[in-house]
Design a protein. Structure first.
Length: 146
């Protein structure tokens, strides 16, 4: 069961994912010490705070790459990344291919995470994204997978 404080922070993160988010600020939203909040967040959500934010941004970016023709740089900025290089590096680390390759392959195949694989990007499911990118605490807070 996720505490109300962690649920409040998850909702805040989901609503403000494009802004710079840090542990200290989010802990202050629920009147907790950053160290205690960090441990509580990881225990309840299943991933560390920064990793959750990164996965959330990459999940949203992947969706935008499929649904829009916006330039990759613009999508990266919208997701809160300070540069296209940082966005591309994190996207490739999480998904297994560059944003450009992801968009090209998925437009050809129209298969997005359906079987846990990205055609041409990764031969096996990425263990960083179990259950469609979200854990039970996120589902409880109303955050949905793609």
């Amino acid at each position: 069961m996720t505490s109300l404080k962690v649920q409040r922070v998850l909702i805040y993160i989901n609503s403000h994912f494009y802004k710079p988010l840090n542990l200290g600020f989010c802990a202050s939203l629920v009147d907790l010490h950053p160290d205690y909040f960090s441990r509580k967040f990881k225990r309840e959500v299943g991933v560390p705070f920064r990793e959750y934010i990164l996965k959330n941004r990459i999940r949203r970016a992947a969706s935008l790459l499929l649904r829009s023709y916006k330039p990759i740089k613009e999508i990266g900025v919208e997701m809160g990344f300070s540069s296209q290089a940082l966005f591309s590096r994190n996207f490739k680390r999480m998904v297994g291919c560059s944003p450009r390759k992801f968009r090209t392959i998925q437009q050809k195949n129209r298969s997005f995470f359906g079987n846990g694989k990205l055609a041409g990007c990764r031969n096996t499911p990425n263990p960083s994204f179990p259950n469609g990118f979200i854990g039970p605490a996120c589902r409880q807070a109303g955050i949905q997978a793609l």
